[in-house]
Design a binder for this molecule. Structure first.
Ligand code: PL3
Ligand code: FE2
Ligand code: FE2
Length: 234
């Protein structure tokens, strides 16, 4: 019988005290800390392009800082030192694309990268992590994942309100950045497996959150299929 369809049992909870777990956690925890830090920076940077959104964006940014501190506490609690140098390298391609878009004043591309892709990635990762997390981290992650929906929703609503004007740039940003997200998922898969998180579930949850947002923004299902295919081609 497939155990994955059942609620997690004791044997599906990893042993948090092994060296293998701690080693994988030092990278995954760092990725999450760096991701939250960059999300904070990105929402603040967006204020330069959307000055009238200063208040909302400032609020989102503050939530990200709180998330970052929560995940730092998760690493400490397990006695793990996050490998921040690794995490910076991990985020570099997406980070560089965000910075380029920002410098070119491309607010739509910035929102696609941060509010749609990174938030959908975070939602998928945190969902899959919660059932196999240690009790301390589970509580923190449950609080965080709720906020991430707020962030995804922020980008979704901004883009939806301007759909006809922005659809071309969304498609362009999707084509450039979805292959990067795909590679990030590939890179994290082995460490995630040590935490008992399956790559297939991560991809599935990412696509659900991301495609639901695109549909809400105004894309048709055939657009979604075409846009998702970008991750397979590159
Ligand atoms: C923005 O709000 C958050 C950005 C974070 C990006 C998360 C990427 C997660 C990748 C690996 C999965 C690990 C989940 C475990 C959490 C300790
Ligand atoms: Fe966050
Ligand atoms: Fe977020």
């Amino acid at each position: 019988m497939a155990s994955s369809v059942l609620a997690p049992t004791a044997e599906e909870i990893p042993d948090f005290s092994t060296e293998a777990y701690k080693s994988a956690y030092s990278r995954i925890n760092a990725i999450v800390i760096e991701g939250e830090q960059e999300a904070y920076d990105n929402y603040l940077s967006l204020v330069t392009l959307l000055p009238d959104q200063q208040e909302s964006l400032g609020q989102l940014a503050r939530m990200e800082l709180k998330h970052m501190k929560g995940f730092q506490a998760c690493g400490k609690n397990l006695g793990v030192e996050p490998d921040m140098a690794f995490a910076k390298t991990f985020f570099a391609p997406l980070h560089n694309n965000f910075e380029t878009a920002l410098a070119e004043g491309k607010v739509v591309s910035c929102l696609v990268i941060q509010a749609l892709m990174i938030e959908a990635f975070a939602i998928a990762a945190y969902h899959i992590y919660i059932p196999v997390a240690d009790p301390f981290a589970r509580k923190i992650t449950e609080g965080v994942v709720k906020d991430e929906y707020t962030h995804l929703n922020y980008g979704q609503e901004w883009l939806k309100a301007r759909f006809e004007d922005v659809r071309g740039e969304i498609e362009q940003a999707n084509k450039i950045n979805l292959p990067i997200i795909r590679r990030m998922l590939d890179q994290v898969a082995d460490d995630a497996a040590v935490l008992h998180m399956e790559k297939e579930s991560l991809i599935e949850d990412f696509l659900i959150a991301y495609q639901e947002a695109l549909m809400e923004i105004g894309f048709a299902s055939r657009d979604l299929a075409r846009m998702s295919a970008a991750a397979l081609v590159a």
